[in-house]
Design a protein around this ligand. Sequence first.
Ligand code: SAH
Length: 339
Amino acid sequence: MTLAELENFLSRWGKERYRARQVSRWIYQRFAEDFMAMTDLSKSFREELSRECLISSPPAERVETSSDGTEKFLFRLEDGETVESVLIPEEDRRTLCISSQVGCALRCGFCATGAMGFRRNMTSAEIVHQVCFALKRLAEKRERLTNVVFMGMGEPLENAREVSKTIAILLSQFGFGISGKRVTVSTAGVVPAMLALAEEFPVSFAVSINAPTDALRSALMPVNRKYPLKELVTVMKSIPLRSDRKVTAEYVLLGGVNDSEKDACGLARLLKGARVKVNLIPYNAHEHGDFTSPSGETVNRFRDVLLAAGIQAITRERRGGDIRAACGQLRGAAQAKTP
Ligand code: SAH
């Protein structure tokens, strides 16, 4: 629940407004998983909460650590489904990559999550729990979470309602208190939902462009038939005007498919005049796709074309590849257990 929902909920029990703030802090800032631990609430109130409410905290069934320090967590949800999140340490940052759906309906040809198809939307409680889990883990090492990215399993804007609630909690001072600048919603390009979310929250956006033409993009990403490049680039141009920040354009480099100099020139033309920064992501291999990753030389050449055209571009470092935690590799456990 967001603070507003919690206030509303508790007011029906005749509780004062500040009670909602207390409960909110216990859950999102002190990671309480049991109402009885909320010792500044009366015993009878705590008992009432325990009877009527649940603090969702799906166990992390598997924790894997990469040789580069990246950690991947596999959560088993109440109905037996599984999702993963990835905690990426950098020198001055701790970035958590979270999932918003079990599977994904968009079926981008290069993505392991897409290959499993759509199973269901995650609830805001399930999405938020990934953040609580990481925060708690970091707190044990006296570290703090700096960034949250919706770049795990699923298309966040196909689950806009629960994602929007999650963002409200991430940004709230009674929730996680993270600045919108440090929360990035990555989308395959669900245009109307992107505009609506940008209207609602000052978060950062990343758009998975992945191809310079509609023909190629539609072949790789079926969602392009619904929201073609022209519309997508138009929103990418309009969003930073509101938030005063560059939109990230993500571009998965698939060997021999979208990685030529001509493709790079096409991308540069497409993005001309947009306040964007490009993140190049060399394809991460997985057993559900048969693409190849381009050579380092090809990646650099592609980047240099963009730079020469005056477009900010970097190659995203591959993190957690040895534990299948890199971009596009998340899938959850092979088979969901029957609950
Ligand atoms: N559905 C959202 C969130 C997923 S973010 C979106 O599409 O943006 C995951 C990022 O990884 C996207 O930019 C996606 O294009 C990219 N990606 C997917 N599969 C990949 C792979 N196998 N290798 C590298 N990047 C991949």
